[in-house]
Design a protein around this ligand. Structure first.
Ligand SMILES: NC(=O)c1ccc[n+]([C@@H]2O[C@H](COP(=O)([O-])OP(=O)(O)OC[C@H]3O[C@@H](n4cnc5c(N)ncnc54)[C@H](O)[C@@H]3O)[C@@H](O)[C@H]2O)c1
Length: 398
């Protein structure tokens, strides 16, 4: 059987690994991005993002002629949309990229084609894709349109793309079947079938589940501080109950998924989304609370010593052992401290440079600092012999 031709729209953390994987499985893949530099980099067989094994996959795919990048879509059997879905400043979901990606494929879509939305999306977006195609003059009754949310973990994307279970939700039961069959060609995990709205809500639910549970841990950490209790010991003890599993508190919640996706539910759910909204607020509040704690310690130092404290901010990424700064509470804390007139020494072992801070090597920072605050539990910080009341990620407890 001849392999299908695939057009992937958006060549970022999701689209590029997907395109490279499919090309290595023998599909003819036409990757599309609106950024010229990304297109050029990929066509040289190189990559513009950091992800283990991706460089090899892309190099092989491009050298074999199976993967080509371009600024424009082309005719294909399967279109996969993997563009960003952020929110506007007021937490209103922004599906503009999905809409423009959909419009861009409209002239190329033909009868019998498959159109898949992989971007994490507010409920109803897949139907919106169908509406947009119809409004562009496409006969959508002859297409198979579905949502298939991506749930890979950065750092393990190439493996998880194949191994994870996938949810496929079509705008019609027939679309669900056809699209699920496509994923079964290369996914080793189970491909589960549902409708489009349920598939959209499943992805949002997964991330909201994490957010709500982290909010519980974060609230506990602030309560324990008030009561003079070590929250890490408390959680360890409580988790010895066979049916209790409390997550770790931190300096807030970051990243482009967990800190973003619950807002898609809150926006549409209004008053009904009480717990999910409160969890978002608690997690954001934890970051403000941490900033206040650090500022108080710095002012105390200043009063005692007659000079400003140098504050080592240990970690800027949104979680341990990665270089991703998107929506990072740690980065936000460092920026806020500096904007409010405090002297910050920025430490992030996973990046070499950053436009807004000079990145200082962690041992050097510890030598220079008057106050040390641990914001991310990077492996480099474990087992350091340091005393501080400002360990917000519990790295000294591990
Ligand atoms: N990165 C992850 O770990 C992850 C995990 C699960 C789900 N997701 C979801 O997948 C989606 C994509 O995320 P990502 O991390 O790959 O984003 P990204 O920012 O890394 O990549 C998106 C790419 O799309 C391009 N783009 C934007 N509009 C375009 C258009 N109209 N046509 C062609 N290209 C266009 C951008 O230039 C960019 O290169 C988002 O909805 C995200 O929430 C991401």
């Amino acid at each position: 059987m001849e392999k299908k031709k695939i057009c992937v729209i958006g060549l970022g953390y999701i689209g590029l690994p997907t395109a490279a994987l499919l090309a290595n499985r023998g599909y003819d893949v036409h990757g599309v991005d609106i950024v010229q530099n990304i297109v050029d980099t990929i066509n040289r067989g190189e990559i513009h993002i950091k992800e283990p094994e991706l460089d090899t996959f892309v190099k092989i795919a491009v050298n074999s002629g199976k993967l080509k990048a371009d600024l424009k879509p082309t005719k294909a059997d399967v279109f996969i949309i993997a563009v960003p879905t952020p929110f506007h400043n007021d937490f209103v979901p922004n599906i503009d990229y999905v809409i423009s990606a959909t419009k861009s494929i409209a002239p190329y879509v033909q009868e019998g084609n498959v159109v898949i939305l992989e971007s994490t999306s507010p409920v109803g977006t897949t139907e919106k894709v169908e509406e947009v195609l119809a409004s562009e003059g496409v006969d959508t009754s002859k297409l198979f349109i579905a949502h298939c949310p991506e749930r890979v973990l950065p750092g393990r994307i190439m493996r998880e793309l194949v191994e994870n279970d996938r949810i496929v939700g079509g705008v019609t039961p027939e679309s669900t079947k056809v699209v699920a069959e496509f994923y079964r060609e290369f996914v080793e995990g189970e491909v589960l079938e549902t409708d489009a709205k349920t598939a959209e809500m499943t992805k949002l639910t997964e991330n909201s589940f994490r957010d709500v549970n982290i909010a519980f841990a974060n609230e506990l950490s602030m309560l324990c501080d008030k009561f003079g209790i070590n929250v890490w010991e408390l959680i360890k003890l409580a988790n010895r109950h066979p049916r209790v599993n409390i997550l770790n508190p931190g300096a807030g919640v970051g990243g482009h998924c967990i800190a973003v996706d619950p807002w898609f539910i809150v926006h549409a759910g209004g008053e009904t989304a009480k717990l999910i909204k409160t969890a978002r607020e608690v997690n954001n509040y934890k970051t403000e609370w941490a900033i206040e704690k650090i500022k108080n310690a710095a002012l105390k130092f200043e009063n005692k010593n007659g000079r400003k404290a140098k504050i080592a901010c240990m970690g800027l990424a949104f979680k341990p052992d990665i270089d991703d700064l998107r929506e990072s509470p740690a980065l936000y804390i460092a920026k806020r401290l500096r904007a409010d007139g405090f002297e910050v020494i920025a430490v992030e072992p996973n990046i070499e440079s950053y436009k807004e801070f000079e990145i200082v090597e962690y041992k050097e920072a510890l030598k220079q600092a008057d106050i040390v605050t641990f914001l991310v539990a990077h492996k480099e910080f474990k087992n350091l012999d340091i005393k501080t009341d400002l360990d917000f990620c519990g790295v000294l407890e591990s």
